[in-house]
Design a binder for this molecule. Structure first.
Ligand SMILES: Cc1cc2nc3c(=O)[nH]c(=O)nc-3n(C[C@H](O)[C@H](O)[C@H](O)COP(=O)(O)O)c2cc1C
Length: 224
């Protein structure tokens, strides 16, 4: 077991900050046992009542990856043609690349999925004669989606630790229906974007972060 002292808090922060969304990959394949570690990392995430409401479709086969990429490209093309006719044509610019660029050279594409479960607490309130809408329960925070997002982050960090590059992507959602059909993803499972994975071609540029004072509200003893 790795001792906590092997990596200090400041070391960990520096390492977390060194993760980048990587969008271009070499053609070196990613070994299956490494991918298994990525998935073990993902499933180490916390989840509401330990439901583990996630599933991952791992597309390694080149022909299926190509079909997936083509499905996204077709939808983006269709969408771009529509937007070109709008008054937002210029704003859109090369934004279309954002939808599929990382998929094009990815050696592996992971499609994370989540499913919802009946809200146990809401059911208990109802069976006690109460009105569940008066209480915000797990469904009010989309707990299964949150849990799966935590799993995706763990997967991204494991990829980073393995020296791989990865990019979480919402873009492929444009072809959600086509991708779900291609990969046989059916209800109750819902796809949450795609993760492009591979060996990075180089260093991805760092993206800035909002300073903490814009995103953190401290409530401290001395303020009370
Ligand atoms: C939910 C989500 C959706 C994203 N969708 C895309 C996408 O479709 N295409 C893309 O190139 N990057 C996508 N990204 C990556 C973000 O652009 C990236 O995380 C952000 O710019 C910060 O850069 P960094 O991850 O390198 O720190 C997405 C990230 C998240 C969390």
């Amino acid at each position: 077991m790795i001792k906590q002292a092997d990596m200090t808090g400041p070391d960990m922060l520096e390492w977390l900050r060194s993760r980048r969304s990587v969008r271009t990959f070499t053609d070196e394949p990613v070994a299956r046992d490494v991918l298994v570690r990525l998935l073990e990392g993902a499933t180490s995430a916390p989840s509401n009542t330990n439901r583990q409401p996630w599933r991952f479709t791992v597309v390694r086969a080149a022909a299926v990856r190509a079909q997936l990429v083509a499905a996204v490209a077709r939808k983006v093309h269709e969408m771009t043609e529509i937007i070109k006719r709008s008054r937002h044509a210029e704003d859109f610019g090369s934004y279309g690349d954002f939808f599929h660029e990382p998929l094009a050279s990815a050696q592996v594409i992971v499609i994370p999925q989540y499913r919802e479960y009946p809200d146990l607490i809401a059911n208990m309130i109802e069976s006690g004669g109460g009105d569940p809408s008066r209480f915000s329960t797990a469904s009010a925070m989309q707990a299964e989606l949150c849990s799966t997002s935590a799993a995706i982050m763990a997967l991204l960090l494991q990829a980073h630790a393995e020296g791989l590059g990865a990019c979480m992507m919402a873009g492929p959602m444009v072809a959600r229906h086509e991708i779900q059909t291609l990969l046989e993803i059916a209800e109750p499972w819902r796809m949450i974007g795609a993760i492009a994975i591979g060996h990075p071609t180089g260093e991805a540029p760092p993206r800035g972060r909002k300073p903490l004072d814009r995103v953190v509200h401290w409530i401290e003893e001395e303020d009370r």
